[in-house]
Design a protein around this ligand. Sequence first.
Ligand SMILES: NC(=O)c1ccc[n+]([C@@H]2O[C@H](COP(=O)([O-])OP(=O)(O)OC[C@H]3O[C@@H](n4cnc5c(N)ncnc54)[C@H](OP(=O)(O)O)[C@@H]3O)[C@@H](O)[C@H]2O)c1
Length: 497
Amino acid sequence: MNTGTEALNRDEMTSGVQRVFAQVTRYPLEILDPQASLEEDLGVDSVKLGEVFAVLREQYELPATIGIPPEQLRTIGGIATALAQHLGNGNGHGGNGHGGNGHGGNGDGGHGDGGHAPAPAVGAAPKGSGKHGNGSLEPAAFEAGVRAVFAEVTRYPPEILDPGASLEEDLGVDSVKLGEVFAVLREKYDLPATIGIPPEDLKTIGTIATALRRYLSATVEPAPAPAAPPPGVAAQSFAALTPQLKPFAGKIVLVTGSGRGLGKDIAVYLAELGATVVVNSFHSRQQGIATAEEITAAGGEAVHLWGSVANVDHVEALFREVESRFGGLDFFISSASNGMLARLEDITPEHWEKAFRTNVVGLHQSALRAARLMRRRGGGKIITMSSPAAHGYVDYFGCMGAVKAAVESLTRSLAIELARDNIQVNCVSPGPVYGDLLDKWPESQRLVAQWEANTAYGRLCEARDVSHFVAYLLSEPVKLFTGSVLVMDGGISSQGW
Ligand SMILES: NC(=O)c1ccc[n+]([C@@H]2O[C@H](COP(=O)([O-])OP(=O)(O)OC[C@H]3O[C@@H](n4cnc5c(N)ncnc54)[C@H](OP(=O)(O)O)[C@@H]3O)[C@@H](O)[C@H]2O)c1
C-alpha cells in the first residue's frame, strides 16, 4: 500500500487509479484511457466518481477532503497527477478543499450534469411509505438530525451549518460531498436508493430536511394495479407478432440505450420475436452486458456494444462493429436519451448541450450510419422516441420537451431523405411509462397520480405496451408509414396533463 510520505511515481499512480476505476466501474482496463474525459468518453458520472474516491481514499489513506481542482477531476490522468502530487508532498493526511467535483443529479438517467446533487437529486418516494428508520419527524428535531449528518460527514462544527445557507455557495458542500451525506442519511432514515427531491430542494440543509420529512411522512396508498385487459384482447393482437412464429428471425436490430429502462424492454421483446439484437449501453455498461446475457440465456441472439451516442467517435466505432459482425442492419431503435428534468430556472447551457447532443446529434449521426448498413439489406426501419409532453407544458420537462420536439422534426427529415433507400423512419411518442424514468421525476408521486387521473383508462403505459407498438411498426405488413409521430398516451394529451 502507498502512504502519504512515499513519493509516488506518476505512472504508477496512473495505473493504480486506473485499477480502482476498473474495480468500481467494472470496465476493462483498456477502455480506461487516462486522457479520456470521464463524463463524455467513459460515462463516469459524479455518483460513480464519488464511489471511486471512496476506494481511493481507503487505498491511499487519503483524508476526507483533498484539494483537487475541478479541471483535474475530468480524467484519470488528471486525478492520478493530483494524487501523486498530494501524496508526494507528504500530504498523507489532512489537506483541504474537495475530493471530487460535482456534476449533478440528472433527471433523465441520473447522470452527471452541472450544478446540482448526484444520486438523490430525483426519484420516487415509494408509494405507501411513511416509515422511517430513525428519529422524530417533528420539524425542528428532524432538521437537527439532518444537520447532525452534515456535521458528521463534512466535519464542520454544527453552528456553521445554517439550515438556510446555500450548500454550494456558502458552505462549499459540492455534489460529491452531498452524495456522501445522502449515503449516511439513507442509512439513518432507511431511505431507498432514489428519493423524489427536486433539484431546487437540494440547495440548503433546511430544504433537504423538509423534503425528507415530507417523504417520510407520506402515507399515500399505492396506485391500484392497472386493470387486466379484457378477455380476448391478447388473442386479437397482431398475429404476425406471435413470439413462437419468430417473425423477426434473421433481422439485425440495434437498440441504443438498451441496458435498462424502456430500451431494454424493446430489446428483449424484439429478441423474443426472433431478431438478433445489438444491445447498447453507456453509463450502465454492466446492465447492458446483463441484458445481452439475459436474452441469450432465454435462447435469443444478442451482443452488447458499449459506447455513447453523444460521442461521434463512439458512434463510428459502434456501427463499424455492427458492420464487421453482421455486415448490415435491418432495424435501428434510437432509444438513448439523457437530459435534465428540472424547472427552466435550473437548466444550464450544459444541460441543453448534453440533452441535444445525446437525443438529436446522436440520432442524426447514428441514423446516417444505420442507413448505410440498411442499404445493403435493401432497406430498413428506424424508430425514434419522443414524448407527447413535447407539445404542451409538463412540469420539469421544459428542456427535454424542446429537445424531443427537435427529435420529431429530425424524424420527418430523415424519413424523406432516406425514403429513396427504402428506409422508413417513424417516431413513437409514449406518454409517461411506469419505470425508472418516472421514479426519477421530481415530485413523481404527485405527478404520476395526476397523470393517471388524466388518462382515459386511469393508467399510464407499461414498457411492454410500447415494445408491442414498436414491433408492430417494424413488422412486415406495416407499409407507407413514414415521418409519422405516433402518440400512445392513453388519451392524456387529449384530456390535458
Ligand atoms: N419512460 C418514459 O416515461 C418515456 C416516455 C416517453 C418517451 N420516452 C423515451 O423513450 C426512451 C427510453 O426511455 P427510458 O425510460 O428508458 O429512459 P431512461 O430511463 O432515461 O434511460 C435512458 C437510456 O438512455 C441511455 N443513455 C443515456 N445517455 C446515453 C449515451 N450517451 N449513449 C448511449 N446511451 C445513453 C441510458 O443508458 P446508460 O445508463 O447505459 O447510459 C438508458 O438506457 C428515451 O428516448 C425517452 O426519452 C420515455
